[in-house]
Each structure stands twice: as C-alpha cells, then as structure tokens.
Design a protein around this ligand. Structure first.
Ligand SMILES: [Zn+2]
Ligand SMILES: [Zn+2]
Length: 90
C-alpha cells in the first residue's frame, strides 16, 4: 500500500495508511476495513455489505398460496377417490 500519502479523509489529524478501493479516499489504520482482502473505508464497507444482502426475499406463504395448495390437494384427492370408485366398479 501507499505509505504516508497524506492524511485520513475522516481524521485529518491522523496519517493516511491506505486508500479505499471504492472511493479512492486516503484512510487511516482505524478507518481501514479488510473485507474480502480489500481495503475499504467504513462507509464503503457498509454500502458493500448492503449490496451483498440485497433485497430481502419474501418466502413467506401468502394466503393465496395456501389456498392454491389446499385446492390442489383436494383435486388430487378427488381424482384418487374417483379412480378408486371406477376401479371398484370394473
Ligand atoms: Zn470508501
Ligand atoms: Zn481515519
């Protein structure tokens, strides 16, 4: 990394030790975060983590899905009964 390349963007009183790969700001040791082996400032790491999480997927069963499942099961059960009846009449 580039050493002594100015002052930390977030702490003007501290010496900058690295550069954030995202925003190219000089950051001090305290601001440097190592994630995936890459230097990032704290704010960019936060954005990165948010991007990784992505939109929350909703896998909850809605009432509509439950109704469809029940109807499907009922239809299958009805067919089974129908076939059993037809088979017994043969
Ligand atoms: Zn950054
Ligand atoms: Zn700093």
């Amino acid at each position: 990394m580039i050493q002594g390349s100015g002052r930390c963007h977030y702490h003007p009183e501290r010496t900058g030790l690295g550069i954030c790969v995202e925003c190219r700001r000089v950051i001090c040791r305290e601001c440097t975060t190592q994630f995936e082996g890459i230097n990032r400032c704290a704010s960019c790491l936060g954005k990165r983590l948010q991007a990784l999480e992505g939109p929350a997927e909703r896998r909850e069963w809605s009432v509509g899905n439950v109704m469809l499942a029940l109807i499907g099961a009922a239809v299958v059960y009805g067919f089974v009964l129908l076939f059993a009846q037809v088979a017994s009449e043969l």
